[in-house]
Design a protein around this ligand. Structure first.
Ligand code: ATP
Ligand code: MG
Length: 347
């Protein structure tokens, strides 16, 4: 095969795909796969406004910072709560990805970013501008639900209905997709983070013990569940006693954590049921066979799939890698220009 300049360039082409999530940001580089997977957290020095750490390093600092440093989650409820810091974070991750993929700014990098369906114009612009500042030539935005569906391997271009439920950190997105478009979608600003908060409140009320959000998340992932487990589980936790102010240890079990999570889990299930009621009949009929695909880290809550199956009588399955579906879906856009043009918006 003869020498071709475009082939040469494409060998160096490191287009990036990003899942900018409330809890985690992931970056996929064409030809390399996922090269960044870190918490969406930034530690800022309040005195100098300087970024002290981003991602894993910043998460370590959560709840443990000296008073002049704050660890911030710039994305909240699935949307951008702090523009300036989101911009800094995004640009940090893009630069990290460029470094890790051996790409400096020599070659044109296109960036595709998964964003929530209900993102505002102002937020779209903020995401685009921060990607451009970080060196992106072209920026495309893709609806997260569509990305999750593609990443989970659903046949999104076919004329059949597929329902995808993405339970993330900040939001739960329910979408019905058919013919490369989102036919119905609904966002609930409640997901994994709300469950953590439920646990903090429950432990405080019941045991007068204060725990941090990292401990709460740990409890949720280890013994949290949406309906009874085959084997009961227990766990030792540490916190600060509200009465004495002294650190204290106690043992909690799965059934009390299930109770703590009950309201949030019920609200998520209700949202899915409402989406089912509002799905156009032909597509609803498709769902009887094809069921519901769950994705997002929150869908890993033990027995959530079982509970949803019981409540809807539909087949429910968990995506293969719930934490990776969105970034894998956005990543697929990089090598399918046809689909990219059809489902993404160039900013
Ligand atoms: N095994 C588990 N059980 C329960 N929850 C889990 C588990 N693993 C991760 N999670 C939760 O999943 C959430 C993160 O999921 P994910 O990375 O999909 O969110 P995100 O994409 O950053 O958020 P969003 O889509 O709302 O912007 C966190 O709340 C985390 O605690
Ligand atoms: Mg997400």
């Amino acid at each position: 095969m003869g020498f071709s300049l475009s082939r040469l360039f494409s060998a160096f082409n490191r287009d990036l795909a990003i899942d900018l999530g409330t809890a985690n940001t992931l970056v996929f580089a064409k030809g390399l796969g996922i090269i960044v997977q870190e918490p969406s957290i930034v530690a800022i020095n309040k005195d100098t406004n300087h970024v002290e750490a981003v991602g894993n390093e910043a998460k370590e600092m959560l709840g443990r910072t000296p008073s002049n440093i704050v660890a911030i989650r710039p994305m909240k409820d699935g949307v951008i709560a702090d523009f300036e810091i989101t911009e800094k974070m995004l640009s940090h991750f893009i630069k990290t990805a460029q470094k890790r993929s051996g790409l400096f700014n020599f070659f044109q990098t296109d960036v595709v970013i998964g964003v929530p369906a209900e993102i505002t114009q102002v937020e779209r612009r903020a995401v685009r501008d921060s990607a451009k500042k970080a060196g992106a030539a072209n920026v495309y935005l893709l609806d997260e639900a569509m990305a999750a569906a593609v990443g989970a391997g659903l046949p999104v271009t076919e004329p059949t209905g597929n329902m995808i439920v993405d339970i993330g950190g900040g939001s739960t997105d329910v979408a019905v997709i058919s013919l490369s478009g989102v036919v119905y979608s609904r966002t609930l600003k409640m997901a994994g983070n709300a469950m953590d908060e439920d646990i903090v409140q429950y432990i405080k009320r019941k045991y007068r013990l204060l725990i941090g959000e990292r401990t709460a998340e740990n409890i949720k992932t280890k013994i949290g569940s949406a309906c009874p487990l085959d084997e009961p589980m227990e766990m030792e936790i540490k916190g600060r006693s509200l009465e004495t102010g002294i650190p204290k240890t106690l043992v909690i079990n799965d059934s009390e954590i299930r109770k703590a999570l009950e309201d949030t889990v019920n609200t998520i299930i209700e949202t899915i049921k409402i989406a089912l009621e509002r799905t156009p009949p032909e597509l609803a009929a498709d769902l009887v066979d094809k069921g519901i695909i769950l994705t997002g880290g929150g869908s890993l809550l033990k027995n959530f799939d079982k509970r949803l199956r019981e409540e809807t009588n539909l087949p429910v399955s968990l995506a293969e890698e719930p934490l990776l579906s969105v970034v894998m879906g956005v990543g697929q856009m990089l090598s399918s220009p046809g689909l990219l043009e059809r489902v993404c918006r160039k900013e």
